[in-house]
Design a protein around this ligand. Structure first.
Ligand SMILES: *[C@@H]1O[C@H](CO)[C@@H](O)[C@H](O)[C@H]1NC(C)=O
Ligand SMILES: *[C@@H]1O[C@H](CO)[C@@H](O)[C@H](O)[C@H]1NC(C)=O
Ligand SMILES: *[C@@H]1O[C@H](CO)[C@@H](O)[C@H](O)[C@H]1NC(C)=O
Length: 440
């Protein structure tokens, strides 16, 4: 072997990776419903957006300021905000606002308690839920017997807005303490718990300037939604609260989540099967489990996740940074995923692919099938790892990860000393700086 051979080989790899990268990471532009919100992203280019403050609005924007549009307060329908169940008043006010495309107002400095409730659409276009005050979950668990999976549901709403700076408070503490994940708690049970706010089957939805606190389980979930714009959410729950994902996306397309600050006991954002064209931009996470794609493939299911971009995020003290997790035995794929411009601060597993995910008490059986992971880009990811292993690719033995790109990834140790990378069953290409490198 001549001395030049390694250099030539390296050059060829670089050239190949450039070509591959340019053709492999074209993320389809999101559906153009509103050019203000959706734009195509380009590799490595920071796209400036107007700065906005979290959970705070200066004044109603033009959408809501139209004088001709009616304002309907829940108080006009008998809501009391005195600790009793205000569900009936909310339902009546909803029916009125929904049928007129009006603005449903939840007044500020008041706390409304609600038993489980479904707000059904479709409504007249631009119906808006303006929450200035607080909506609090009914405290007695017996009220949830009919449907233990949901507290508030928005079903089949289209061209619908939620805004106002107010709070959804799930009052989750008494739900968490029965969970087997809650520390030192035996006996325990893992009975279903409600997701605080679920949007089901929605289309052209905007959720802005809302605070979510202490959900019973997940804080806000989008199921089977299409064209959703989420911004300026603040989600808070204690670090030890079980399964309290911040924002959950499932079976949904064209989802844009921005400028949100999420600290909970589980995933900051979780994106699961059936999700396509998801952009996550300007997110702050911690505490919690980081930004996750998955889990996928549980119970031998087929997964499909495509075109996910996480751009500009800061994760602080989370157990994971950017994670893809799949169970053994699944099938399908997750591909065209970009994690870029991310800062890790004392994150335990900053970059992790775990294809042996097993979140159950019994050990998982070894299985040959797995969800195929490919075309995953990690670009400009910097910061510190709380553990020695800063990069962990635990890909499937039978279905290895393909076309994994690492471009300017530098993860130092939080406590000093070096970091390492474990890379099993992964085919990757690296460009730019890359530390820690996969050990041979
Ligand atoms: C709904 O809001 C959009 C955006 O502001 C506006 O263009 C449209 O005319 C509104 N539609 C109705 C029926 O008010
Ligand atoms: C798998 O299926 C079993 C039996 O239906 C169920 O109890 C379990 O929760 C499922 N696991 C997951 C991760 O969905
Ligand atoms: C870093 O994280 C570890 C483990 O989560 C924690 O024990 C430690 O206090 C953190 N250090 C700093 C400086 O935050």
């Amino acid at each position: 072997m001549s001395p030049q051979t390694p250099i030539i080989t390296l050059f060829m790899i670089l050239l190949a990776s450039l070509v591959l990268c340019n053709c492999s990471y074209i993320v389809e532009p999101l559906h153009q419903t509103n050019s203000e919100y959706y734009y195509p992203l380009h590799d490595g280019r920071l796209i400036k957006t107007k700065h906005q403050h979290f959970g705070h609005i200066n004044k109603l924007d033009t959408l809501f300021s139209s004088r001709s549009r009616g304002m309907i307060s829940v108080d006009d329908f008998g809501a009391k905000a005195d600790g009793s169940d205000d569900r009936e008043a909310f339902k009546k006010a909803w029916n009125e606002a929904c049928s007129k495309g009006a603005i449903l107002v939840v007044p500020k400095n008041r706390i409304y308690r609600l038993k489980p409730i479904t707000f059904s659409g479709p409504c007249q276009p631009n119906t808006t839920f303006m929450i200035y005050g607080t909506i609090e979950a009914w405290p007695q668990m017996s009220a949830y017997e009919e449907d233990r999976l949901h507290w508030i549901v928005f079903d089949s709403v289209t061209n619908f807005n939620v805004d106002g700076g107010g709070i959804f408070n799930g009052k989750g503490k008494k739900w968490w303490k029965n969970s087997c994940k809650f520390t030192n708690n035996l006996p325990c049970n893992d009975e279903p718990r409600p997701t605080a706010v679920t949007f089901y089957n929605c289309k052209n939805l905007r959720v802005k300037n809302i605070n979510f606190k202490d959900a019973q389980k997940m804080h806000v979930a989008f199921f089977r939604c299409f064209n959703v714009f989420v911004s300026n959410l603040v989600v808070t729950a204690p670090e030890n609260s079980p399964n309290t994902d911040g924002i959950h996306v499932a079976e949904s397309q064209n989802i844009d989540i921005r400028k949100s600050n999420i600290g909970t006991g589980d995933d900051c954002i979780s994106i699961i099967s059936g999700s396509k064209n998801v952009q996550v931009i300007d997110i702050t996470c911690g505490p919690g489990h980081g930004i996750s794609i998955g889990s996928l493939g549980a119970n031998n299911s087929e997964a499909e996740v495509v075109n996910v971009v996480v751009n500009r995020a800061t994760l602080t003290g989370t157990t994971n940074g950017v994670r893809i997790k799949t169970w053994q035995g699944g099938s399908g794929y997750a591909r065209n995923i970009k994690f870029m411009n991310i800062v890790m601060q004392n994150v335990t597993n900053p970059i992790i692919i775990d294809q042996y995910y097993c979140d159950q008490t019994e050990p998982c059986q070894e299985q040959d099938k797995a969800v195929q992971l490919s075309h995953v880009l990690y670009q400009n990811i910097r910061g510190t790892s709380a553990s020695t292993v800063a990069i962990k690719f635990a890909c499937s033995r039978t279905v290895p990860c393909r076309e994994i790109y690492l471009h300017d990834v530098i993860l130092e140790s939080q406590g000093g000393g070096g970091t390492t990378a474990t890379c099993e069953n992964v085919r990757y290409v690296n460009r730019g700086k890359f530390y820690p490198q996969c050990s041979p």
